[in-house]
Design a protein around this ligand. Sequence first.
Ligand SMILES: *[C@@H]1O[C@H](CO)[C@@H](O)[C@H](O)[C@H]1NC(C)=O
Ligand SMILES: *[C@@H]1O[C@H](CO)[C@@H](O)[C@H](O)[C@H]1NC(C)=O
Ligand SMILES: *[C@@H]1O[C@H](CO)[C@@H](O)[C@H](O)[C@H]1NC(C)=O
Ligand SMILES: *[C@@H]1O[C@H](CO)[C@@H](O)[C@H](O)[C@H]1NC(C)=O
Ligand SMILES: *[C@@H]1O[C@H](CO)[C@@H](O)[C@H](O)[C@H]1NC(C)=O
Ligand SMILES: *[C@@H]1O[C@H](CO)[C@@H](O)[C@H](O)[C@H]1NC(C)=O
Length: 896
Amino acid sequence: MKATVLVSYLFAFFGLFSSVYSRNVASRPAVVNIGALFSFDSTIGRVAKIAIEEAVKDVNANSSILHGSKLVVTMQSSNCSGFTGMVESLRFMETDVVAIIGPQSSVVAHIISHVVNELQVPLLSFAATDPTLNSHQFPFFVRTTQSDLYQMAAIAEIVDYYGWKQVIAIFIDDDFGRNGMLALSDKLAERRCKISYKVGIPPDSGANRGDIMDILVKVALMESRVVVLHVNPKLGFSLFSVAKYLGMMGNGYVWIATDWLSSYLDSFSPLPSETINIMQGVLALRQYTPDSDRKRSFSSRWSKLAGGSLGLNSYGLYAYDSVWLVAHAIDAFFDQGGVISFSNDSRLRSEGGNLHLDAMSIFDDGLLLLKNILKSDLVGLTGPLKFDSDRSLTLPAYDVVNVIGTGYRRIGYWSNYSGLSTLPPETLYMRPPNRSSANQQLYSVIWPGETVLKPRGWVFPNNGKQLRIGVPIRFIPFGNGKENPSYTELVNLITTGFFDAVVGDIAIVTNRTKIIDFTQPYVASGLVVVAPFRKLNSGAWAFLRPFSPLMWIVTGCFFIVVGTVVWILEHRINDEFRGPPKRQVITILWFSLSTLFFAHRENTVSTLGRFVLIIWLFVVLIINSSYTASLTSILTVQQLFSPINGIESLKESDEPIGYQVGSFAEYYLSQELGISKSRLVPLGSPEAYARALQLGPTKDGGVAAVVDELPYVDIFLSTQCTFRIVGQEFTKSGWGFAFPRDSPLAVDMSTAILALSENGDLQRIHDKWLMHSSCSSDRTEIESDRLELKSFWGLFVICGLACFFALFIYFLQIIRQLYRVPPAESASPTQGGSRSGRLHRLLSLMDEKEDQSRQKNKRRKVERSLSENDRDVELGRNTKRKGIEMTSGSNINPSS
Ligand SMILES: *[C@@H]1O[C@H](CO)[C@@H](O)[C@H](O)[C@H]1NC(C)=O
Ligand SMILES: *[C@@H]1O[C@H](CO)[C@@H](O)[C@H](O)[C@H]1NC(C)=O
Ligand SMILES: *[C@@H]1O[C@H](CO)[C@@H](O)[C@H](O)[C@H]1NC(C)=O
Ligand SMILES: *[C@@H]1O[C@H](CO)[C@@H](O)[C@H](O)[C@H]1NC(C)=O
Ligand SMILES: *[C@@H]1O[C@H](CO)[C@@H](O)[C@H](O)[C@H]1NC(C)=O
Ligand SMILES: *[C@@H]1O[C@H](CO)[C@@H](O)[C@H](O)[C@H]1NC(C)=O
């Protein structure tokens, strides 16, 4: 029982083992069939045919690739027709091909991708470049060359590099051409450029010379002069020949051809001179393949293979690599246990009919082969072959070539990694990607017309229509004052297409930039207020003007305060501050006012008094010199006066304001400043300005001021001497020329304006036309030049504090002495009596003391004058002094 179980297990094990083993051996068939589908008689097809045959030979010669299996390729021509391609591909499906190299054409690829999806046979297309073939709709389509997505990105970058904004696209109107143009539009849009005109040419060379001429005549009437050609060689050469005939291969034109031109030139050069001559100066792209030893040795083999008549082009290299790629994938497929087997498709079981669709079968392990193809990682003649997650080859790159002489010259490279450069892409891959515009460069190009000057890329459209430029009737000082046009309306006419541009004093404001393009401003502008002014009468009362009334009042008060304080501090100990009350008041006034001229004769003897006086003299010094300076300027500089001194005072008043008809000042005043519309008076001419300003705000039709842009005001004031700009410019803006949105002219005009501005010409033009004034006096702004209290209050505070402290200390001394005084002996016995007695005693004591000190002062004075006298006498002076001596002498003892 147990033995039978063991035996049966053993059998089962061996059975399993042998079946796995036999599957592995059996899955390496002697022959592996692949198909190849392309147009034999096309440029690409002829090269590809030789390359594929050679590749199959090389693969079969190398036993380390397929390990004994032989690769057999069956070729069918699709004849560039979708229908033939489909029929031929169906014919492949009846045989047991595991993969198809091709198709060459994108149109055929679109059709047969549906077939191979169903039957799970991978397509390896070395020439179908339509970008949309990468979509998830076609999982069995694998592109072994670069997608046109990258070719179009390269074209867009070239267009941007040369600063062109619009291109014209001529394309072959099939899947290949249309989808290529869609990619070009997208890529141009990323760089803020666009296709301004697209024209598709029917495929199958349905277009004859007449049709092509019609197309090119239309192109010649367009604004853009940059033409992108995405066609096939046959159509391309017809286009060039007609363009040459129409003079469109000359100066000013730019032609950019996609890779059809370079592959044709690679295969058939040298071209006959009449062919190459019609396309001098054309730019073209070519798939970039890095130089390598293998590529060089293959190239040298090529001339033998092709018999010298056919050059190798990059599609030939991609075709060769596709065979190697599929061979490696099949090897890996076998290694993973893949089996070549086919099964009938239940959906194709035909009920009668003569189409033997049921002969087609599904490749069972197709998905596994596809996976191995997409996992490929090898180096071929075209460089590393590797697919990214998007099923495209990694690191796309193109050569940028320029057709000159008998062939072409490479002017640089484009790589998806770093953009345009003059270094081969491999060297860039070692550095971090750098797409900064400083890093984008190409060698110089010889453009059509044998010029090295970069074409501007556009012209004024020459389609029989003249450029219509709107010009507003200018604001001319003594012109025949017509009505001012509405600038808003003028600008609106650009958007409706009535004008192609408006040249004039168009203020650059938000509303307008929303709908049109402006150049850079050529004049700085801004709103200012113009008001009438009169000269100030600097006559009788000019001396009062330096100080504001408040300043006068405060200064006057301080004179009295300081006089009083000094009197308080001094009058007890200084005879000069004594006397009857009337005299004392006069002394106070006289003393303080005479300090104004530093001419006070009274001495101050107390420390506190001197302290107050010295601070006050300092204040007087400053006020004095300020007054002098201000009065001088008032009397010597011409003074203008206007009741309005800027937009603020204008806003606060409720007087009428004038503005120029049609100007944005109206909007600004009413919407931004909130001035009521009833106050705004439209004025149409400089004369109207002058009239309204002269009438004044009180009369009907008169205005208090006019608000307008500075340049107009400059012109207005150049002839009017009784009005002035008051206050500052209160908006900042400029004038520019207006163009329709995205007009290339706006950019060129801006560049020209900036050039004028940078070399100073603009300022000279401005000075010539706007600055000459017939009024002699220069522009002085009116502002209040009175000295206000606020400039001096610090001084007054210091002085006030000094007075306060001096008084405070003085009274402190008095109070201290009050408490030191002993009560009077003869005072009344009551408490109150005792205190008033004290005060009385104190005052008499102080008086005594003060009398003593006063006498001491006097004595000192007399002694001094006596000693001076003695000297004088000694010196033999006259006796006048003696009189003084006598008077002084009589005063020595006033109490006697
Ligand atoms: C054969 O193929 C392998 C793998 O690609 C390669 O390394 C080897 O150089 C090839 N041998 C010859 C003789 O080409
Ligand atoms: C290929 O197509 C052209 C026209 O489209 C035709 O004249 C030619 O006979 C076709 N060749 C083959 C082999 O079908
Ligand atoms: C597939 O269909 C063909 C033709 O109809 C038939 O001869 C063949 O036996 C079928 N094969 C299988 C595996 O059903
Ligand atoms: C091309 O470059 C872009 C970004 O620069 C990158 O996202 C994209 O994957 C690149 N494509 C390929 C095929 O390398
Ligand atoms: C890019 O290239 C420019 C010019 O070659 C260079 O000045 C700049 O530093 C580079 N930037 C980076 C990030 O390498
Ligand atoms: C700007 O546009 C608004 C709305 O169209 C309009 O009311 C206003 O008057 C315009 N301002 C100017 C300055 O044209």
